[in-house]
Design a protein around this ligand. Structure first.
Ligand code: GLC
Length: 506
């Protein structure tokens, strides 16, 4: 087993974590000051969304320099200090690498755009205006029904951008691009990072013919459709760059919504170390739907010897507490799934507080993809500006006084207490961290499965229904419930409260 198979990752969206310099935007020093909080929480590694210099059209996912820190977040020195202190506290650090596109303000693109004869012209994807005046193909960019192409008047050619026009796609078919991007990995690995989350990594290989997307699914952006053989060759190259360093991890944002497709991006142990599996974000809260997802994830990943990942929330999607409409028992049961299923869990900052999305008025929207709600700032304190030195860049979500860290640290029935307990439980259980997953079933809207390793056997039950459910089950030595402090023992069966989840140690 490697560290990244057993680790619990915690995603930090740095703009929204904690501001320390009073500009209303979170920074690296804010993360550094909360290392103690992260240690108490019990996570093993942090993934920070991008911190690179950027015009911020997509908040640092439009990178204008891959080898520096944007002044909003700090400096290379503050970065080094953060990494050193995280390491001293036993926390690994991974960065968010954005290989598919740069900013249109990146010197590479400015050079590429300057002339059709530029030596960097081929670093991006340029196409002639064809005689009939139509676009190079029918691909649509994300977040709108606009084309993925923009005409650049001075040279009268179109360039490709699967996201904003400010995010031109790099041409990975060009070996110089691949070498330059490999050097950006080395830059951060030399500074001691433990790996990377790789942004929309399934997009880097493109169909050389740039064929149209199928007519029958018109209206869908190109991003979730791009699943190309070319990407796998590039991933093997990336893996060998990572192999120049000890013990580093890659986790790919493979934005394909089927676990089968996702599993292919692990190659034969020579592509990604881990890949996100986003089907969980779309799975309805029903035992049978989760059983089917778990089974499909297990079988597809086992087929290629891949280690799964689990995720409930991130900076692009509605938070799990919002999806589950603030239902306390269900939110806790979801955390049990995240931390007890077989695979590496990714916890999004604020999930440990059951934080919900903020309500964002139209005039407050700043994100081109309208994902502002799930990026609301973390409320650290119960009152005032909730621990922020200035009004933050986005509004807090509702009832920050209840959802703040300060309030929840004082309440032993809070979500924060519960998540800390779950993380401790996971840490002390080899079966939960590394064990097999068997006996998966869904009966009467109750999901159950077992995790085992050696002599240790742990059973997990989740009552997805809003009613009591009685389950035939052997007695356990001790049990952890999401809704009650002590669980009554009834010989031969377990009665679950509405929405309850139980972790049972045999
Ligand atoms: C990924 C990121 C998202 C970003 C997009 C373009 O999906 O998670 O936040 O906007 O890529 O880089």
């Amino acid at each position: 087993m490697t560290w990244w198979q057993e680790a619990v990752f915690y995603q930090i969206y740095p703009r929204s974590f904690l501001d320390t310099d009073g500009d209303g935007v979170g920074d690296l020093e804010g993360v550094r000051r909360k290392i103690g909080y992260l240690v108490d929480l019990g996570i093993d590694a942090i993934w920070m969304s991008p911190i690179f210099p950027s015009p911020m059209a997509d908040f640092s996912y439009d990178v204008s320099n891959y080898c520096d820190v944007d002044a909003t977040f700090g400096t290379l020195e503050s970065f080094d200090r953060l990494v050193d202190e995280c390491h001293a506290a036993g926390i690994r650090v991974i960065l968010d690498w954005v290989p598919n596109h740069s900013s249109s303000q990146h010197p590479w693109f400015m050079e590429s755009r300057s002339a059709t004869t530029s030596e960097k012209r081929d670093w991006y994807v340029w196409r002639d205006v064809n005689p009939s005046g139509t676009l190079p193909n029918n691909w649509l960019r994300s977040w709108s029904d606009e084309p993925a192409w923009t005409l650049d008047a001075p040279t009268n050619q179109y360039y490709l951008h699967c996201f904003l026009p400010e995010q031109p796609d790099l041409n990975w078919a060009n070996v110089e691009v691949r070498q330059a991007m490999a050097n950006t990995l080395r830059f951060w690995l030399d500074r001691g990072v433990d790996g990377f989350r790789m942004d929309v990594i399934h997009l880097i290989g493109k169909d050389p013919q740039l064929a149209n997307d199928p007519e029958e699914i018109r209206g869908i952006g190109h991003v979730p459709l791009n699943d190309r053989i070319e990407t796998h060759g590039y991933l093997r190259e990336i893996r060998s760059v990572l192999g120049e360093y000890d013990d580093v991890v890659s986790v790919g944002e493979v934005y394909l919504l089927d676990p089968e497709a996702v599993a292919d991006y692990y190659g034969s142990g020579d592509e990604l170390h881990l890949s996100f599996n986003f089907a969980s974000l779309l799975t309805p809260w029903r035992a049978e739907a989760w059983r089917a997802l778990i089974e499909r994830t297990e079988s597809s990943h086992n087929r290629v010897g891949a280690w799964p990942t689990w995720v409930l929330s991130n900076h692009d999607n509605q938070r799990v507490a919002t999806r589950l409409k603030g239902d306390r028992a269900r939110i806790r049961a979801a955390a049990v799934l995240l931390l007890c299923l077989r695979g590496t869990p990714f916890l999004y900052a604020g999930e440990e507080l059951a934080l919900r999305d903020a309500h964002i008025e139209e005039h407050q929207v700043v994100d081109p993809g309208k994902r502002d709600g799930c990026r609301a700032p973390l409320p650290w304190e119960s009152s005032g500006l909730h621990g922020w030195p200035a009004v933050p860049w986005l509004p807090f979500s509702a009832e920050p006084e209840i959802y703040s860290v300060q309030a929840q640290e004082l309440d032993d029935e809070s979500m924060l207490y519960f998540v800390r307990l779950l993380l401790r439980t996971r840490r002390s259980s080899e079966a939960l961290r590394r064990g097999t997953l068997d006996a998966l079933s869904a009966v009467n809207d109750v999901l159950s499965f077992e995790r085992s390793r050696g002599d240790e056997r742990v059973g997990v039950l989740v009552n997805f229904s809003r009613e009591h459910r009685s389950i035939v089950a052997p007695a356990a030595q001790h049990e952890l419930s999401t809704v009650r402090a002590t669980v009554e023992r009834v010989e031969g069966s377990v009665v679950l409260e509405p929405g309850e989840s139980l972790i049972r140690f045999f």
